[in-house]
Design a binder for this molecule. Sequence first.
Ligand code: ZN
Length: 303
Amino acid sequence: MSVEDWLIGELKEKKGLSDDKIDTMIKEKQNQFPSLNREAAIRMIATQNGITPIKRNFKINEITEESSHINVSGRVKRKFEPRAIKIKGREGRVMNLNLEDETGNINLVVWDEKVIDYINSGVSEGDEVSIANAYSKKNKLTGSLELHVGSGTAISVTNKSSNRQENIKYDKIKDITEENKIYHLKGFIARLFTNDIYLVRCTECNKKVNVTCDVHGDKFLSKTLLITGIIDDGVSSMKISFFDKTAEKLLSLSKSNTIEEKLNDLSFGLYQVEIAATARKFNDVFSLTARDIKPLTYNMDKI
Ligand SMILES: [Zn+2]
C-alpha cells in the first residue's frame, strides 16, 4: 500500500471524509501551493487534520509495492560485507542486509556511507533493529522488492542479540521518564502547530501577555519565536517546543522563503533531525524543550 493510499484511508476512517471531498481538498491545496505534488498535498491535509503522516510498523509482508517513508522493525538475519561500486561514475559503497520479522524477510540495500559505518561497527546478525523512512524498490534483476536505506533513513538497534556492550547512540522517546534531563533523539518533525508562533512577554512584569500588558501597555513588550510541534522517532512521538534561537535554527532547515512557507514545509513529516531536548512534565504528561537541532540530510533521490 502506498503512503498516499494509506493517508487517504486514514482521512476517510478517522475524519469521515469522502473520496470526493478529499479530491477537492487536494486540488485546493495544489491551487494554493502550485509546487506541491499530490503526495505532499495529501501529507499536508493529513497533518492539518491531526494525522501524523508516517505509517508506523510496516510488517515485512505489507511492503508490496514501491513506496517511500517506510518504518519497519525486524531482526538482522544476515549481514554482508560492504562492496565497492561505481555510482554515477564515482566510487561508493553499498551494503546488504537481510531483515526478517514474523511475516517474512526482505533484503536491505544501504547506500549511505554514514549508515554503512554505523552498521559495520554497531549492528550484528541477530540484532533487532528499527528502521525509519526507508523506501522500497524493485530489484531490476530479480524483480523482488528491496528496502533501500539512504541518507534520509534512520536505523537503530533496539535489542542486541547478545547482551554485550550496547551501542545505543540515541535515546528513545518512549524511554523519556526523567524530568529536566537532557535527551538526545533522532527522529522526524511529524507536525508543527503553525497558527501561533510568537511568545509575547512584558519584560517589566516578566510575564507572558496576550497582546499588551495590563499594567505597562506595549512599552516593555518582547516578542520571541516559540514554535511547538511533534517529534516522532518511528516508535512514538512527543510534543516539543522550540524557543528563540533554536526556533530560528528549526526554521533554517527549510529552504523556503517566508516563515509561513518554512512552517508548512517543515510540517510535512519529511525532516529528519537530531535533537537535544530537556524533558518537562506538566500534569503528568511529558513534553520536550529543544536545546539544539541539527538536520540529517534527507535525500531520497541521491542514487
Ligand atoms: Zn507589564
